[in-house]
Write a protein that binds this ligand. Structure first.
Ligand code: ATP
Ligand code: MG
Length: 560
């Protein structure tokens, strides 16, 4: 185990250590954290890490966690995203109680604080064009240069800023900037923008404002207004921390939060960038934000991933300051562990091949007892209808099998799960030479799947009865990207996996699967974990494969 994993197993990490030390030393009276999404997309599994960290710390240390929408950019933000985010945080198992906030709740106060900085000679209105400002900003190796508008007097700055608010100027004509240091090594301190002109309607404040605070001007002050003690964010904000501190030190804020940064979650084969996820949706590479191939919480939920598995995965990954990439296999094995316990077993044939038992009486049916969960006797049994005509999995037959193939082939005896031993006598082919039907015989003495003479078979296969099976659609998902490091070579869309979705329209499932319309997970024996999709119709269920039974990377060709 890495140091981070050892800490995670113990429920500790460097941020929890800081919080514990601050509480012990009475530097804070209680812990207050926040999760601050920008409502410009759906939440993804990276956000789940931040949610679990912020809400988790509040729970563990007896504090509280706010949900705060960072709604400072009305051009990209929508009510649909606000609703989805609230829904997803709740689904993940967290509750902000009455502590739902919006940066836009503070627009008036932020505006007053901007005037405060102007009056203190610490902010000025700059008329430079965006190109000019970029040119004067300098680079990582060269200092910036001062704007000719930097030396404007307080009265003129106040007048211009008020006229910006009054709507006198078009978008981009002027910005309010902090007056810090154009030679600072940290580019964020080179007179950063505080307010921009944006004539756009805001989902909450409507047309009241045509100037909007930047992220930097809104975030720390919102933290201070809400009494946040530990403002936890990802590493890309580390370089913003000096500005976060400068603003809090230069404004009459009611409290003094501190910012701490941790490494964002990265997973192989997975893209966790709202910008790219938005592109996938807009360009139609997926069916929507909740496409089960998406790493969004809405997508994972639709795919059948339990919230508890997500929380456990995030706990196992731990919290560190070093960037790393987590193997997708860790996520999948965590999901499997949860589903293994929760999912009843069922029989479903995804690619059916007809099997006729020649010595089974025509027109007869019987019911066989099938256990619902091999590790949980309390889950009981169900009745499986059986008859002369069955369907088995196409892949479970081979005409000329290799040595280790223990399933059906001419002359071979196998066990039909919960039923009988059958021996394949003949494969019937169509004109094209494809196998369309298997003719078999069964041994009536093997009812329940065991031979009284102790004779063994090496293969056990699943099946459904032709007369009772229910037609279903089954959707198999593979990784949305074909490479472990999507985008590493440039165009990220070029790394999309052309085989990320396989739709099987002719699947047949046992009757119990069609009768149960609850949302719980099921295991299709020998196939994987599945859940009902919301596209299901009466008499025609649709199932999503949540995850296969084994690590798909370790899969072998061997039968059995
Ligand atoms: P993206 O980078 O995907 O566009 P974002 O960081 O802009 O997302 P926000 O809505 O600003 O999205 O994020 C809300 C919170 O979630 C922030 O505190 C951010 O640091 C955190 N967060 C975003 N992505 C990850 C991630 N991959 N791992 C951990 N935390 C994340
Ligand atoms: Mg962000």
């Amino acid at each position: 185990m890495t140091a981070t994993e050892t800490e995670a197993a113990a429920g500790r990490d460097f941020i929890r250590d800081i919080v514990a030390a601050d509480l012990d030393a009475k530097r804070v009276a209680g812990v207050v954290t926040r999760f601050p999404p920008e409502p410009n997309g759906y939440l993804h599994i990276g956000h789940a890490k931040s949610i679990c960290l912020n809400f988790g710390i509040a729970q563990e240390f007896g504090g509280r966690c706010h949900l705060r929408f960072d709604d400072t950019n009305p051009t990209k933000e929508e009510q649909e995203y606000i609703d989805a985010i609230e829904n997803d945080v709740r689904w993940l198992g967290f509750d902000w109680g009455e502590h739902l906030y919006h940066a836009s709740d503070y627009f008036e106060r932020l505006y007053e604080w901007a005037e405060h900085l102007i009056r203190a000679g610490k902010a000025y209105v700059d008329d430079s064009s965006p190109e000019e400002m970029r040119r004067l900003r300098g680079t990582l190796t060269e200092p910036g240069q001062e704007s000719p508008f930097r030396s404007r007097g307080v009265a003129e700055n106040l007048d211009l800023f008020r006229r910006m608010r009054a709507g006198e100027f078009p978008n981009g004509a002027r910005v309010l900037r902090a007056k810090i240091d154009m030679a600072a090594g940290n580019i964020n301190l080179r007179d950063p923008a505080l307010y921009r002109i944006l004539h756009a309607e805001h989902p909450r404040t409507g047309t009241k404002w045509c100037i909007y605070p930047t992220y930097d001007f809104a975030h720390g002050q919102s933290d201070a207004i809400e009494g946040i003690t530990h403002s936890i964010c990802t590493l890309e904000f580390e370089d913003h921390r000096p500005l976060y501190d400068w603003l809090l030190e230069n404004l009459p804020v009611p409290s003094r939060p501190r910012q701490y940064e941790f490494a964002r979650l990265n997973i192989t084969y997975t893209v966790l960038s709202k910008r790219v996820l938005t592109q996938l949706v807009q360009q139609g590479h997926v069916s929507g934000w909740d496409d089960p191939r998406m790493p969004t919480l809405a997508g994972l939920r639709r795919r059948g991933v339990p919230a508890a598995a997500l929380r456990e995965f995030v706990r196992r990954v731990g919290v560190a300051r070093a960037n790393s990439v987590v193997d997708l296999a860790l996520f999948e094995s965590t999901i499997r562990e949860h589903l293994n316990k929760a999912a009843p077993r069922r029989l479903a044939v995804l690619r059916p091949l007809k099997l006729v038992i020649e010595n089974y009486p025509e027109g007869a049916t019987e019911e066989l007892a099938a256990i619902n969960h091999p590790e949980d006797p309390a889950a009981g049994t169900r009745k499986l209808p059986f008859g002369r005509e069955l369907y088995v999995e196409r892949d479970d037959f081979m005409e000329n099998p290799p040595k280790k193939f223990f399933r059906l082939s001419p002359g071979r005896e196998v066990r039909l799960r919960f039923a009988y031993f059958v021996t394949c006598r003949e494969a019937v082919k169509n004109a094209a030479g494809e196998v369309v039907e298997l003719r078999c015989t069964y041994d009536p003495a093997t009812r329940g799947g065991n031979a009284p003479d102790g004779r063994k078979v090496q293969g056990t296969i699943h099946w459904v009865a032709a007369a009772h099976a229910v037609p279903a659609e089954v959707r198999l998902y593979n990784t949305l990207f074909a490479r472990p490091d999507p985008g590493a070579r440039g165009d990220i869309m070029a790394d999309l996996n052309p085989n990320s979705l396989e739709v099987l329209k002719d699947a047949l499932v046992e009757p119990a699967l069609a009768a149960d319309t609850t949302d719980g997970p099921v295991q299709f024996e020998r196939q994987g974990y599945f859940c009902r999709d919301r596209d299901s119709r009466p008499g025609r269920p649709v199932f999503n494969r949540t995850v296969g039974l084994r690590d798909s990377w370790a899969k072998t060709q061997a039968g059995g």
